[in-house]
Design a protein around this ligand. Structure first.
Ligand code: NAD
Length: 468
C-alpha cells in the first residue's frame, strides 16, 4: 500500500447495473481508501446475496425529478460520497444536490433525466455531449469551489484522457520531442502541435464473445444496453482539426461555447469510421459520441491572440463486441425501436476475448501510434468478481476517480482533464491488464507513410476515414 487517505463518510451508489456490480467488489478490495459503509439505491435489485453478505445496504427506489432529493435526504449526509452509476438520472441535478449537501460526487457520463437524450423539443445541437458539457461548465462557474464532483470519469470518458496524456509522453520520448511547459504542467496542445499530430481516435476494440449468439429482437453488449442506445442515438461529434480541407456534408457548427467540436446530422451509432487497434489491426468502428470528444478538443486547441492555430481532429472509434455490432445493425434496421430483450455478457463470455482501449495518435513522424490498456476476460475474472474486461476498465476508472476526489476534496466540479493523470493511472493500473504502446504503418487510405508535414496531411483527412 502506497498511501491511504482518511475517509469516514458513507458511499452512496445510485444504480446497481453492470458497472456498479463491477465497481463495488473492486472498492472493497483496494487499499487506497477504507470503505466502511455503502448504500445502493436502485429500482431493481437482484442477485444481491454476495453484496449483502459484505454489509452493503440496499434501498429499492428509482430516483425521479420530483422525489430524488427526498430519497437522498434519508441517506446522504455532509462528508458522504455519491457515486452515480445509473441511467436516466440527471447528473446535473445530482451534482448540484451533492454540492448543497457538502458531499463528494462522481459520475461516468453527463446523463439527463429519462427522455433527455432524444427530447423532440431540443434541436440537434442541444442533444449533443458538447451541449451537455456546457451545462456542466455553467454549473461549475455558478457553484465555484466546493466539494469535489468528478464528472465523466469511467474508462471513456475518464481514464482515456489520462491514457491520452501518458500516450503523448511515450510518443514524445520516442520522437525525442521536449515537453513544452505551461503553468500547471505540460502544455498538451503545444506538444501535439509540435509532434504534428493530425488525428486522434479514442480507439477501442472489444473482442469478447459467448457461445450463445445474439438472438433476433435481442440487444447484447458487454455493458449498459440503454447507455449504448442513448449515446448511439445522439448526433455524432468530433473535435474538428485545423488540417482538414473538406467540410463533411452532414456536419454542423454549434452556435454557442468554444466551438471546438462539430456534430454530424446523423445518429452516432450509424457513422462508420476506419480505425486501428493492436487487437486484429485495422477495423471499422462506430463514431459513438462521448464527453471526451468535447473536453479533449478544448485541451488540445492552440490559439494565439485568440486566433485558432492548431487542433487535431478527434473522436471515439468503437468496435463493440461482435454481438453488440449485430444488435446496433438490427436496431437501426428497425428504425431505432429498441429490441424486446437485453443481455449484458458476463459469466458466459468465452476465455480469450479482450477489450483494447486506447488512443491512436496519427500523422506524426512515426505515422501512427496506439497507446492504451489491453485487458483480457481471463485477467478481469481473476482480478475482481462480477467483471468482464470492459466493466473492469470502467470500474478501475470509477475507483481511481473516487480515490482522487477523496484526496482532493475541495475542487468543485472537475473533468478528467483537470486531474493528475499520473496519480489516477497509478491507482487504476493494477486493473488495466497490459499497457501497450504500438506503432503502425496503417493509414486510412492504405497509402504508405509519407514524411510528416503538409504532404502527410492529405492522408489524414476525415473524408478518408469514412470512405469505403
Ligand atoms: P446498466 O444499464 O447495467 O444499469 C443501470 C442501472 O441504473 C440499473 O441498476 C437501473 O436499475 C438503474 N436505474 C435506472 N433508472 C434509475 C433511476 N431512476 N434511479 C436509480 N437508478 C436507476 O448500466 P451500467 O452498464 O451499469 O452503466 C451505468 C452508467 O455508466 C450508464 O450511464 C453508462 O452509460 C455509464 N457508463 C460509462 C462508462 C465510461 O467508461 N465512462 C462505461 C460504461 C458505462
Amino acid at each position: 500500500m502506497e498511501r491511504q487517505v482518511p475517509f469516514t463518510g458513507h458511499l452512496v451508489f445510485i444504480g446497481f447495473g453492470s458497472i456498479a456490480r463491477a465497481t463495488l467488489p473492486l472498492l472493497l478490495r483496494q487499499d487506497h481508501v477504507v470503505v466502511k459503509q455503502i448504500t445502493v439505491i436502485a429500482p431493481v435489485i437482484d442477485q444481491n446475496i454476495w453484496f449483502k453478505e459484505r454489509g452493503i445496504r440496499f434501498v429499492r427506489k428509482a430516483l425521479t425529478r420530483q422525489t430524488y432529493a427526498q430519497t437522498l435526504d434519508r441517506v446522504v449526509k455532509r462528508g458522504d460520497f455519491i457515486v452515480n452509476l445509473s441511467v436516466e438520472v440527471s447528473s446535473l441535478e445530482l451534482m448540484a444536490y451533492a454540492f448543497e449537501k457538502g458531499a463528494l460526487y462522481l459520475d461516468t457520463c453527463v446523463e439527463p433525466w429519462a427522455g433527455g437524450y432524444d427530447d423532440p423539443h431540443l434541436d440537434l445541437s442541444h442533444r449533443t455531449n458538447y451541449a451537455l458539457r456546457y451545462q456542466v461548465l455553467d454549473l461549475q462557474k455558478r457553484l465555484g469551489k466546493g466539494p469535489t464532483a468528478v464528472v465523466a470519469h469511467g474508462a471513456n470518458p475518464g481514464l482515456i484522457t489520462h491514457l491520452l496524456k501518458a500516450g503523448l509522453v511515450e510518443l514524445a520520448m520516442q520522437l525525442k520531442q521536449p515537453l513544452p511547459q505551461q503553468r500547471g504542467g505540460v502544455d498538451w496542445a503545444r506538444l501535439c502541435m509540435d509532434m504534428r499530430i493530425k488525428v486522434i481516435h479514442f480507439a477501442e476494440r472489444d473482442s469478447q464473445r459467448s457461445q450463445r449468439p445474439k438472438e433476433d429482437d435481442e440487444f447484447v453488449n458487454t455493458w449498459s444496453v440503454e447507455g449504448l442506445i442513448s449515446e448511439g442515438s445522439q448526433p455524432a461529434e468530433l473535435g474538428w482539426g485545423t488540417h482538414e480541407r473538406t467540410w463533411p456534408s452532414a456536419a454542423r457548427r454549434h452556435r454557442f461555447g468554444s466551438r471546438n467540436a462539430i456534430y454530424l446530422e446523423r445518429p452516432s451509432a450509424s457513422v462508420l469510421i476506419k480505425t486501428w487497434t493492436p487487437v486484429g489491426g485495422p477495423c471499422l468502428g462506430l463514431m459513438i459520441t462521448h464527453h471526451e470528444t468535447a473536453s479533449t478538443a478544448d485541451l488540445l486547441t492552440v490559439k494565439e491572440q485568440r486566433k485558432l492555430v492548431y487542433r487535431p481532429t478527434l473522436h471515439y472509434a468503437y468496435h463493440p463486441c461482435n454481438d453488440a455490432w449485430l444488435s446496433v445493425h438490427e436496431l437501426i434496421g428497425r428504425g431505432w425501436k429498441p429490441q424486446a430483450r437485453q443481455r449484458i455478457l458476463n459469466g458466459e463470455i468465452d476465455p480469450g476475448g479482450v477489450d483494447a482501449l486506447g488512443v491512436l495518435l496519427m500523422g506524426h513522424d512515426m505515422n501512427a501510434y496506439w497507446f492504451g490498456s489491453v485487458l483480457s476476460i481471463d485477467e478481469a475474472r481473476a482480478l475482481v468478481p462480477f467483471n468482464n474486461a470492459t466493466s473492469l476498465q470502467v470500474a478501475a476508472g470509477v475507483m481511481a476517480g473516487i480515490v482522487w476526489a477523496i484526496e482532493h476534496p475541495d475542487r468543485g466540479i472537475v473533468e478528467p482533464e483537470q486531474m493528475d493523470y499520473e496519480r489516477v493511472l497509478d491507482v487504476a493500473r493494477p486493473y488495466l491488464g497490459t499497457l501497450v504502446g504500438k506503432r503502425t504503418d496503417w493509414t486510412p487510405t492504405g497509402a504508405l507513410h509519407k514524411a510528416s508535414g503538409d504532404a502527410a496531411a492529405d492522408d489524414w483527412q476525415f473524408e478518408h476515414f469514412t470512405r469505403f
